[in-house]
Design a protein around this ligand. Structure first.
Ligand SMILES: C/C(=C\COP(=O)(O)OP(=O)(O)O)CO
Ligand code: SF4
Length: 402
């Protein structure tokens, strides 16, 4: 499929919209009242610190809704306003936050049903409206919807589209795209659909395995077992790793993405020499600004003296998980929660561990005066963060200081 030509045709179609419908003013007021918080505004204005009773909160200097999320959520609200009676669908969660997706359902925006792991687009009829989420959608999904004659509202973050352009560039010069990302993540599924040959590496360890293979060869079968779900159809590690370009999911750990880029640069230099490097290696850093700012703010926050850190965001939110990873690496007790309901009592909190499993932690809230670092992912409404803080203040007010 000529993905570039298809995208061009789609963008020129009268059934396609990626600019919204001119209802910004009403929608902004609605979003303010549903997702923003006076308490959080107050903390921002007092240098990101607030003390109440025994609790001092230190808020990261960049946290919460990023520009791309604000834009996508606003477009979804605008779509509902603009098409009050039409059936509206969304191909995936709009962003990775349960409270925002709950609102989509309340607004009668339907999620495309999934049958035996496959999306069933037969529910969409000509004339229905379909929203593509902030992560985008695979080019094959777009094609199905285009052919179905429905109205497509594309909220894909421009930072994500930038990654698609990067892999298109690799494809044009017959380079294999090495994508630093999670092969099951919606954004990476979409990105890889625009690539020619591709291989998805999750972390530096996997990247090192691939780099070793490039330099020393190895067991092709073992390689393919390892990356069975993370490469393009017909991938051959002995042929398809001679010319590689790097791209990444926008929300990975930025330090790791940089190291992976450098690793492949060194590897190709070692194998092919510096003079011919450009024939074998290309790299564009596609980590987005919002991810960088939130991770930088977290790196600053963990330098403070803190008793614990709360990282607030959806459990399937990649960028939120990266923030917790930074806390965990410093050895500071940290808990990733998605809503205030995870705080069961002053003794018990339910949280997502780095391995993705949920766990109950006891004695999470120390006695006496405490300093709590707080941050939230790019898809977390301020209101959710404020609810967590209020709950902590209330619990500490109940527990007598020792
Ligand atoms: C939409 C988007 C980021 C917003 O945060 P999300 O938490 O929704 O997504 P992610 O961190 O990628 O799992 C993709 O860049
Ligand atoms: S995290 Fe970055 S790429 Fe993702 S929606 Fe936000 S601004 Fe866009």
């Amino acid at each position: 499929m000529d993905t570039k030509a298809f995208k061009r045709a789609l963008q020129h179609s009268e059934n396609y919209n990626r600019k919204g419908f001119g209802h910004q003013a009403e929608v902004t007021t609605q979003l303010q009242s549903e997702y923003k918080s006076g308490l959080i505004q107050q903390i921002r204005h007092q240098n990101y610190i607030l003390t109440q009773g025994d609790v001092t909160i230190r808020l990261a200097k960049a946290f919460g809704f990023c520009w791309g999320v604000e834009r996508a959520v606003a477009m979804a609200y605008e779509t509902r306003q603009h098409f009050p009676t039409e059936r509206i669908w969304i191909t995936n969660e709009i962003i990775h936050n349960p409270s925002v997706n709950q609102r989509m359902q309340e607004m009668n925006i339907g999620f495309i049903p999934v049958e035996a792991g496959k999306k069933d687009f037969s529910v969409v009829e000509t004339g229905d409206v379909v929203i593509l989420p902030a992560f985008g959608a695979s080019v094959q999904e777009m094609q199905v919807l285009y052919d179905q004659g429905c109205k497509i509202v594309d909220t894909t973050c421009p930072w994500v589209s930038k990654v698609w352009n990067t892999v298109e560039k690799h494809k044009k010069v017959a380079f294999t795209s090495i994508i630093h990302g999670k092969y099951k993540h919606e954004e990476t599924i979409a990105t890889s659909s625009f690539a020619g040959k591709y291989l998805i590496v999750l972390n530096l360890q996997e990247a090192q395995y691939v780099a070793d293979y490039i330099l020393n060869g190895g067991e092709g079968e073992e390689f393919m077992q390892k990356f069975a779900k993370a490469c393009s159809a017909g991938f051959d590690p002995d042929q398809d790793l001679e010319r590689v370009g790097i791209a990444n999911q926008t929300t990975m750990l930025k330090g790791e993405t940089e190291e992976i880029g450098k690793l492949f640069e060194r590897t190709m230099m070692q194998k092919y020499g510096t003079v011919d490097l450009n024939q074998h290696f290309q790299s564009f850093n596609t980590i987005c600004d919002a991810t960088q700012e939130r991770q930088d703010a977290m790196l600053e926050l963990v330098e403070e003296k803190l008793d614990l850190i709360l990282v607030i965001g959806g459990f399937n939110s990649s960028n939120t998980a990266q923030l917790q990873q930074i806390a965990a690496e410093r050895g500071i007790p940290s808990y990733h929660i998605d809503s205030v309901e995870r705080i069961k009592s002053a003794n018990t909190i339910e949280h997502r561990q780095l391995n993705g499993q949920l766990a109950m932690a006891n004695n999470w809230l120390p006695n006496g005066k405490i300093i709590v670092g707080v941050t939230s992912g790019a898809s977390t409404p301020d209101k959710v963060v404020a609810d967590v803080m209020e709950k902590m203040f209330a619990l500490k007010a109940l527990v007598p200081a020792i």
